[in-house]
Design a protein around this ligand. Structure first.
Ligand SMILES: Cc1cc2nc3c(=O)[nH]c(=O)nc-3n(C[C@H](O)[C@H](O)[C@H](O)COP(=O)(O)OP(=O)(O)OC[C@H]3O[C@@H](n4cnc5c(N)ncnc54)[C@H](O)[C@@H]3O)c2cc1C
Length: 466
């Protein structure tokens, strides 16, 4: 066990906790994944970036770097495919297209993939937003919708977007979403979709073949949670306009992108255009809640991997003999040593939160694990940002440049403090849940106090200080 290759990625302590819970198949896949990362994915990162054209700007969105397609074929050939598709929830759904791991097993693998978050999740068909979208279609789609969209997504033949956030609307409170509608038209067989969204990840991707759009279908419904549905829009339909890719601290994430999108009178079929068919009308909220549970945790799993990679980069830099300051290696300065220790401790602590949440999903399902997922959701990205910040600091000015991956890591992880809901919303929910314990706490401590008073009296003592 002491020389298991997984120990290059996760701590011995965490491994000793999870290892007994891993199936033999998962253990074999883990070895295969590590080999794939070390020999295929990590060496291919520079080529991936080099294969994204810089000029003309529109060329950035016109093709997928060939190395990614190659890696995808290799991953599929080695069974590293749809690893996110947990056995518990989706038993049998993949139909030979991978999957079948527990969430805990996947947590270890997703962390390892996080060491190359830009390539490994895509190469293995484990990347957002496709995973969440596949989950929606698997759980709520009609048989026809599964055939048309889920099957090609599972095969990796197409990609998808999830379009919720509205331009000009505070979308972290999804009940605010009101400017996107899917309403009956003069043609009784059609709904007409109108709306203006932004930050729609994947909408720039030439492989994108479906947008799942949160739209109002019943504006007058007295319940704000029953006014919306998820509408399926083919991005090649008349009326869909990809306005522009947005940038994150200057990065455009081509060829996937995060785009501003206008739906200007797009027609969808009444029967088949809403996730779940006619029965899915008004179920938008219910479905997005279900979608976001495991997906949020997947981000956290990968984020631990990104933080670990940043620490590795830090360790190498501070040990570089060409970079001595004040007569010493950077690694010999006390503040640097302390930074390293903090990085190690924070990554290892955060990993345990993520593993515990994953295990909880396996045991009680995503709904029952919401508290654990929420805690990971708002703590893990901030932890990783601190680690990356320390890694940037030891690099001096180079740390914020394009010559290391650190600036990109920082930019992309900073967005996780908004994406899938801002930190404050999760913090508020966790705090509220914690307060729900007060009644039971009162009862428990009342009982303990009574017993304490009885003991005092029995021993002839009137009062005592604690
Ligand atoms: C890189 C990236 C990719 C994204 N991809 C997608 C995507 O694919 N699809 C999609 O639909 N959206 C996507 N988003 C959008 C993301 O989901 C939203 O940004 C997020 O939900 C917040 O909504 P908002 O930007 O409208 O912020 P607002 O709702 O305007 O909130 C602004 C701020 O208000 C504060 N706030 C909100 N609620 C509370 C509260 N209860 N207490 C205290 N403060 C509060 C928070 O600080 C919050 O950041 C993406 C965003 C980024 C950056």
């Amino acid at each position: 066990m002491s020389d298991h290759p997984v120990l290059n990625y996760i701590s011995a302590g965490a491994w000793s906790l999870v290892q007994p819970l891993l199936s033999n198949r998962a253990k074999d896949l883990l070895i295969t994944l590590i080999d794939f990362m070390e020999n295929d994915v990590l060496p291919a990162e520079k080529l991936f970036h080099a294969q994204i054209p810089t000029h003309p700007p529109e060329a950035r969105w016109a093709s997928v770097p060939p190395i990614l397609e190659e890696l995808t074929l290799r991953a599929k050939g080695r069974g590293l495919w749809n690893l996110w598709l947990s056995g518990g929830d989706f038993q049998g759904m993949a139909g030979g297209q991978g999957g079948g791991l527990s969430n805990l097993e996947y947590a270890v693998m997703a962390e390892i993939m996080g060491h190359s978050a830009i390539l490994a999740p895509q190469a293995t068909n484990c990347s957002a937003p496709d995973t969440g979208n596949m989950e929606v279609l698997a759980r709520y789609g009609t048989p026809e919708q599964k055939e048309k969209y889920l099957v090609p997504l599972l095969k990796g033949d197409i990609r998808s977007s999830f379009a919720m956030t509205e331009y000009g609307v505070a979308s972290s409170d999804a009940t605010n979403i009101r400017n996107t509608t899917a309403l009956p038209s003069s043609n009784p067989d059609k709904l007409v979709v109108k709306g203006h969204k932004w930050w729609i990840t994947g909408a720039g991707d030439p492989r994108n073949a479906i947008h799942i759009v949160l739209a109002m279908t019943d504006p007058q419904n007295p319940s704000p949670h029953k006014r919306h549905s998820l509408v399926l829009v083919d991005p090649r339909s008349k009326g869909v306009k990809i306005v522009r890719p947005l940038t994150v601290f200057g990065y455009d994430d081509a060829p996937e992108g995060h785009c501003e999108v206008v739906y200007d009178g797009v027609e969808v079929d009444v029967d088949s255009g809403v996730v779940g068919g006619l029965a899915g009308l008004g179920k938008g909220f219910e479905i997005i809640q279900a979608r976001l549970g495991p997906g949020r945790l997947h981000h956290c799993m990968r984020t631990i991997g990104i933080a670990s990679r940043a620490l590795e980069i830090l360790l190498q830099r501070v040990s570089d003999p060409n970079r001595k300051t004040f007569g010493k290696y950077l690694r010999a300065h006390g503040t640097v040593i302390a930074d390293i220790a903090h990085c190690r401790a924070e990554i290892d602590a955060a990993r345990l939160l993520v593993l515990a949440a994953a295990r909880r999903i396996d045991v009680v399902g995503a709904k029952g694990a919401m508290q654990d997922i929420g805690i990971a959701k708002f703590t893990v990205p901030s932890m990783a940002l601190k680690v990356i910040d320390r890694a940037m600091q030891v690099h001096g000015a180079e740390g914020v440049s394009q010559d290391t991956p650190l600036a990109y890591y920082y930019a992309s992880l900073r967005t996780l403090r908004y994406a899938d809901g801002p930190d404050e919303v999760h913090i508020q929910q966790i705090g509220k849940n914690e307060l729900k314990r007060v009644e039971k706490l009162d009862q428990r401590f009342e009982r303990i106090k009574k017993e304490g008073d009885r003991l005092l009296e029995a021993n002839g003592k009137a009062k005592a200080k604690l």
